[in-house]
Structures are given as C-alpha cells and as structure tokens.
Design a protein around this ligand. Sequence first.
Ligand code: FES
Length: 190
Amino acid sequence: MAQTRSELQAQAQELQATLAELNDRRTIERAKALLMQRQKLSEQDAYNRLRKAAMDRGIKLVDISWKLICAVDDIPRLGARRVARPVGMDIAIFRNDQDQVFALLDRCPHKGGPLSQGIVFGTSVACPLHNWTIGLHTGSAQAPDVGCTQPFQVKVVGGVVYLLAAELADLALEHLLPIAGPALRRATSP
Ligand code: FES
C-alpha cells in the first residue's frame, strides 16, 4: 500500500533525527571502536569506512581526528605542561599521581590565573593565584566558588597523549591571550 505524504514526512524527520544523533563525536568513536573490534579494522580504516557510509548518505562527518601532543612522561607528575594554539589561549595538560591525564583551558574561571602553574592533587588543581580548586574532569570550581573553565577531551594510548584536533582549533577561542609588558603599555597609553 502506498504511503501517505504525512507518513513519508514523519519517516524523513525520524531519519534526520537519527543521522543528527549519529553525527556526534562520541557516537562516531563508539561506532569506530565496534568496527575495529568486530571487523578487525585499523583505526584509520574504521573511520574511513564510517566517513564513506556517511558521504554516501550526503552527510559530512564531524572531524574526530586526534592530534598527537606528547608522551605522558613529558608531563611532570602532579604538574602540567602547556599546549599552544595558533588562535586562542593555551591548553594546560595535567598529570596526577595515578598518571591520569586531563586537559583544561589554561585560564582560571576566577580571574584568569594560569592553572598550568597550579598544584595537582587527586583529580583537581589548585589555582596558583587565589587557591580556588578546579575539577580536572569538568573544569568547574569547587563550591562555594562558582565558575567553569573549558575542559578538552584527552586520549592516552600507549603512553602517548592526544587531543581532538577539532577542539584544539575551535573550542573557547573567545578568550584571547593576555597582553603584558610593553605591548600593554602601548595599548593603554594615551
Ligand atoms: S585567578 Fe584563580 S583563584 Fe583567583
């Protein structure tokens, strides 16, 4: 029996919703992991397979490529190192005493202190300026303080740290690098 116009429209809307849901970094990562596990594909081949399937349906997949940053051992334990970006503030990559790695914008939500110079304990960092405690998973300040700095996704494989290339390029670009010294004097002098 032929479908009515409204049935076809409902199906199209449902399909669109499913595709929108699929085109999400975490979903793509899960689909890629399944392909790698079940079909014994390399990570790149699995991603290429997904991308081709999406292109065949007229969809451009979000970018889920990871950028190699450094070895875990290049980050001081209970400390951090900074990753510079062409645009926007640096990202601070932290390592705790369990060798877990986290990444946050290097900017305290209080008054912009450099979190990369703070002290790491557990899954938090204490800001070096006024000692707020910032959660390394979420970037949120611990109560009673209120505020949040941007967290970034991190992947560690075989002792090597990766960040999502798209997040490096796109996230939290509204915070500009601080200007200090002569540049600041020039900018503020009459
Ligand atoms: S700037 Fe971080 S606690 Fe004030």
